[in-house]
Design a protein around this ligand. Structure first.
Ligand code: AMP
Length: 379
C-alpha cells in the first residue's frame, strides 16, 4: 500500500518523499484514514512504530482543509510527557509541514526553561502547539494561550504522562477545551488508569493494535545476562569492547547511578555521556547530538530523560538495572528495532531483580532467554 492511497495532499506526499519513506508502517496504515475521517483514536503504539507521522500527517491535512481565521486560534494541541519528546514532535511537525502553503504556525513549549520567551512566541497566535502539561497549564493561567478553539487533541505516550503524575494537570487543561473535538490517544501500555482516561476522553474510538501480545516489537532480540550486582560495570565494559558495540543506550534506575557508570565507562576509554533530569537542557541536547553523530558511544540515561527520543536504527539497548515498572521496560526496548530495523535489548540482571524480571515477562508474554558470560557468572 503506497502513501498516495490515503488521499494526502501533494505537499505532504512531497515531505514523505523527502523523509525517504516508501511504505507506511502498520500504525500509519490504520491511523491515517481514521484521523482523516475525524474519528477519535485509541492506539497501542510505542516509539519506533512510526506513530508520530501517523498522527501528524493527517492532522496537517485536516488543518489545511479548514480556513485560517485572522486571529489564529490554537486548533491542534499535542501533549507529551517530556521536553525531549515535545521537541521531537515539534520537529516532525515542521518536517512534514515543510511544503504546506500557507504554512501552519507551530510552536513547542515545555518546562525547565524560562517561560517569557515562550509567551512571546505564542503572541499573535499559533495553529498547532506541542506542549508538556505543566508548562502549558502555566501558560494558560497567564493568558498566553487559549484552548477554547482546539479542534484536535493528541495525548502522546499517555501512560508515561500518568506515570509522571500529570493527570491533575491534564484534567485541568481538558476543562479549557471545547467539548466537541477530535481526540487521539497513544499509549504503549494499558493500566487501569489509562483505561479510565480513555473512557472519559474518547468517543467511539477506532482502536489500533490493542493486542497485548504485540507489546514488544518483534524485531527486537531480547536477552538476559545473569550477573552479580558488583560485576555489572565490568560485564558491560566487556560486552561493549568484545562485541565492538558502537552506539549503545544504557538505562540506569537512578541519576546518581547514571553519573557513576558514565565515569567508569570513560575511565575504561569508552566515550560515554549521561542524560537525566538533573542535567541542564543544554547538556542533554548536546549529549544527545553527540550520541546521534557517533562521537559519543554510550548514552547512559534514566527513563524520564529518554521518553520518546528518536534515534534512528539504534542497535543496542542495555538495561543496567530493570526499571521499577514493567511498562518502562517496554518503552526502553522500544528505542531499538524501530521501523523494521533489527535491534538488541540486553538486561543485566542480579538476583534481587528476578521478581521484577518475572513481572516484565508476564507483561510481554514471553520468557526472555538467560545467558551467562564466562568470568562474569552470577554466584
Ligand atoms: P516514531 O515511532 O514516530 O518515533 O518513528 C520512529 C522512526 O520511524 C522515526 O525515525 C521516523 O522518521 C521513522 N518512520 C516513520 N514512518 C516511517 C515510514 N513509513 N517508513 C520508514 N521510516 C519511518
Amino acid at each position: 500500500m503506497p502513501f498516495s492511497s490515503f488521499g494526502l495532499s501533494e505537499d505532504l506526499l512531497q515531505a514523505i518523499n523527502d523523509a525517504g519513506y516508501t511504505t507506511p508502517t502498520p500504525v500509519q496504515i490504520q491511523a491515517i484514514p481514521a484521523i482523516l475521517k475525524g474519528r477519535d483514536l485509541l492506539a497501542a503504539a510505542q516509539t519506533g512504530t512510526g506513530k508520530t507521522a501517523g498522527f501528524i500527517l493527517p492532522i496537517l491535512q485536516r488543518m489545511a482543509q479548514t480556513t485560517f481565521s485572522r486571529n489564529r486560534p490554537l486548533r491542534a494541541l499535542i501533549l507529551t510527557p517530556t521536553r525531549e519528546l515535545a521537541a521531537q514532535v515539534g520537529e516532525s511537525v515542521k518536517k512534514y509541514g515543510a511544503h504546506q502553503n500557507p504554512r501552519l504556525k507551530s510552536e513547542v513549549v515545555f518546562g525547565g526553561v524560562k517561560i517569557n520567551p515562550q509567551m512571546m512566541r505564542l503572541r499573535g497566535g499559533v495553529d498547532l502547539l506541542t506542549a508538556t502539561p505543566g508548562r502549558l497549564l502555566d501558560l494558560v493561567n497567564q493568558n498566553a494561550v487559549r484552548l477554547n478553539k482546539v479542534e484536535i487533541l493528541v495525548l502522546d505516550e499517555a501512560d508515561k504522562m500518568l506515570d509522571m503524575g500529570f493527570i491533575k494537570d491534564i484534567d485541568k487543561l481538558l476543562a479549557f477545551l471545547p467539548k466537541k473535538r477530535q481526540n487521539l490517544l497513544f499509549s504503549a501500555t494499558f493500566s487501569s488508569d489509562i483505561k479510565k482516561l480513555t473512557r472519559d476522553l474518547l468517543v467511539n474510538p477506532v482502536k489500533i493494535n490493542v493486542d497485548p501480545e504485540n507489546i514488544a516489537a518483534e524485531t527486537i532480540d531480547q536477552l538476559v545476562y545473569t550477573v552479580n550486582k558488583t560485576s555489572k560495570t565490568a560485564l558491560l565494559t566487556h560486552l561493549i569492547k568484545t562485541n565492538n558495540w558502537q552506539q549503545v543506550l544504557v538505562f540506569t534506575s537512578s541519576k546518581h547511578g547514571a553519573n557513576r557508570l558514565t565515569e567508569k565507562l570513560n575511565a575504561a576509554r569508552i566515550k560515554a555521556a549521561a542524560i537525566h533530569g538533573n542535567k541542564s537542557q543544554g547538556a542533554r541536547t548536546s549529549a544527545l547530538a553527540g550520541f546521534k553523530s557517533g562521537e559519543i558511544r554510550v548514552l547512559v540515561a534514566t527513563d524520564v530523560a529518554t521518553r520518546g527520543i528518536d534515534i534512528a536504527q539504534l542497535p543496542h539497548v542495555v538495561n543496567f538495572e530493570l526499571p521499577r515498572s514493567s511498562s518502562d521496560y517496554v518503552h526502553r526496548i522500544g528505542r531499538t528495532g524501530r521501523a523494521g530495523q533489527n535491534g538488541q535489548a540486553v538486561s543485566l540482571i542480579s538476583e534481587d531483580e528476578y521478581p521484577a524480571l518475572l513481572l516484565v515477562e508476564k507483561l510481554i508474554g514471553i520468557k526472555i532467554p538467560r545467558e551467562q558470560i564466562s568470568g562474569f557468572e552470577a554466584k
